[in-house]
Design a protein around this ligand. Sequence first.
Ligand code: UDP
Length: 496
Amino acid sequence: MAFVESQDPNQLHFLVIPMGSPGHYIPTIDMAKLLAQHGVRVTIVTTPVNALRFGSILDQAIESGLPICLLVFTFPYNQFGLPEGCESIDDLPYVGLASALMQAYGSLREQVEEYIEKLNPKPDCILADTFLLWPGETAKKFQIPRILFDGMNCFTQMCNHVLYLSKVYESVGEFESFVLPGLPDRIELTRSQLPFAFNPRLKGMSGFNEKLRVSESEAFGVVINSFEESEQGYVDEYQKVKGGKVWCIGPLSLCHKDESEKVQRGNKSSINKHECLKWLDSQENDSVIYACLGSISRVEPAQLIELALALESSQRPFIWVVRAGHKTEKIEKWIDENGFEQRTKDRALVIRGWAPQLLILSHAAIGGFLTHCGWNSTLEGVCAGVPLVTWPQFQEQFYNEKLVIEVLRIGVSVGSQETVFWAFDEKSEVFIKREAFIKAIEMVMEEGKEGEERRKRAKELSKMASKAIEEGGSSHRNMTRLIEDIKNQARSKNLS
Ligand code: UDP
């Protein structure tokens, strides 16, 4: 991997600061590649394990001459009681260490500022993860415009915005449904489905939320991993809120065309690429259900077993990605002792650990995606042109479900009613019963009129997504606009 920095003082220079969660790190790395493809020099602030895990996907791009450099800083594991090598939320041995991890990220500030101090000229832009607060202070100190990235779409930003303004959620019961006011579509949710900022169960976070709001209001703008055609009304509204400083430049995952890149995105895959492709090649087009719940969901084993039995009952071919954080051992024990794999071996592929999701989703055999509605997965499903079975867990995932089902009309819900947030809940309850999974899977995979129309809409949306990042497409234009906006900032700074 190239760690050496190229130097061309005339080239626009972005300092990119990602955060240690796959759902944030992966798209940030993709964004760095896209920026470099648009001629921007990019330096990514990273740490030893993250550099290898998330950064190695850039090797090919760097070798081909793209101006990307990884700046690897030491990570203070010991100082914060983290196990050696633990730099990402999904690697935490237990969830109680999450705040230690955030503090360790906070401590990178000093090293980054020392680096900027020595640079002449200074970077033209700091593109930082929203959940890191210190880059705001650093940007102010060096008078560099700061752009935020939180991995969410404009639909989510607008849902949050109208909730903050209206406080409508305060006057309803936890499971009482209410309409989010002032949105382009009629969107109904319950308080029990809202992200932590509005969720009565997670009041302890209110101090952090307030700091986030201040930090967001001080930033120059926001980059969004989506494309305008998928959420036009919400993009327009969010542009108004942010004074035009919103740039939708996605879908970011489409920057990887090569199989070899797709297979190593986010982590070393737990399954051999050839084995995976051989299995997929042996299945009929549009026939396989792919079930994966992202990188950090820690669904209770009892609930995962319910899902597994539903997949088995569906009688369709499926891929099931098994991961339950510190509870993985329990679920693997069940798989081994119950004979599940043996019973389903003719039509199932069980992946224990990290799946090459992009590779899988881009195969013609995939006919439906059962997802937890993390935004990256949702958008990757959109790009693949497959209908979705939606099973949101926490954070903004219930918003994403609404976008998929009510606005884009490319999915069917399993009927989840409340957030299950692993850092706080230790419930062994089964919230979603086998029958609910089976019903949603059948609806998504059915060949009747409704199913066909849903599939057709998904395929059309996928075409729009591909066009958006090509030259002349909306996201391509927005990337050019972002670069121009930063150039203008740099010019006006030089004049003052
Ligand atoms: N992912 C993957 N293989 C896995 C699990 C996740 O490649 O086995 C990737 C997935 O493609 C997506 C990211 O990890 O890009 C997860 O982000 P998302 O926003 O969907 O969910 P989160 O993990 O943040 O809940």
